[in-house]
Design a protein around this ligand. Structure first.
Ligand code: R5P
Length: 222
């Protein structure tokens, strides 16, 4: 059922892509539906002159396999298309379940619009269900983890440190029983932390699958 919803969300979101646009290309299984559909549009010549900024090596590979041009340093991205692990009624997100949070956050921050595609299971009144991913430098990493735990979390290295991000770093999954507005800043203040998977106040629209249809939730005025 959730696969159908992911696909429905991606199929609705892709209607906003026009020839000549610069696109942020997210990471994950929902974005995969978007990338496959975009690839078909590009291959058939219905959409031309697209430039994509991929948020992971995996996404770059997929995009390039369809002949979509990708770059990693560009101004004025028109729309960033990405998924999320959890979203709240204000469009705040938890991301990084696939370990791509650093590049995803940079791309979202540098995009005029951020369109988030999700299935209905990702909704939460208050962000707390999905363990918060935090990317840390592989140096004094056990100490970095302890400092995050001092903020009230139970933390584990993803796959016992076997998971290495595209940036060569570890991901720590943090179970907090609270989220407050300052949590992102408090974690980011810890030396060794590269990025936190809380995406606050960055979403333009949410495309939420509902069975085989899609609900569009406007978060910010365009
Ligand atoms: O690091 C990965 C990303 O934040 C994904 O966008 C997120 O994990 C959602 O992925 P999926 O669409 O597979 O649920």
């Amino acid at each position: 059922m959730f696969e159908e919803e992911k696909r429905a969300a991606a199929m609705e979101a892709i209607k906003h892509v026009k020839s000549g646009m610069k696109l942020g290309l997210g990471t994950g299984s929902t974005t995969r539906y978007f990338l496959d559909a975009l690839g078909e549009l590009v291959k058939s010549g219905k959409i031309t002159d697209i430039i994509g900024v991929p948020t992971s090596k995996k996404t770059e590979e997929i995009a390039n396999s369809y002949g979509i041009k990708t770059v990693n340093n560009i101004n004025n991205i028109d729309i960033d298309f990405d998924g999320a692990d959890e979203f709240d009624p204000d469009g705040n997100l938890i991301k990084g379940g696939g370990g791509a949070l650093v590049r995803e956050k940079i791309v979202a921050y540098n995009s005029k619009n951020v369109f988030i595609m999700v299935d209905s299971s990702k909704f939460s009144e208050k962000l707390h269900k999905f363990p918060l991913p935090v990317e840390v430098i592989p140096f004094m990493e056990d100490q970095t983890l302890s400092h995050i735990e001092e903020l009230g979390a139970k933390c584990t290295f993803r796959d016992n440190k076997k998971f290495i991000s595209d940036n060569g770093n570890y991901i720590i999954d943090c179970r907090f029983d609270y989220t407050d507005t300052g949590l992102e800043q408090k974690i980011k203040m810890i030396p060794g932390v590269v990025e936190v998977g809380i995406f606050h106040n960055i979403t333009t629209k949410i495309f939420k699958g509902n069975g085989n249809t899609c609900e569009i939730i406007d978060i910010k005025k365009l």
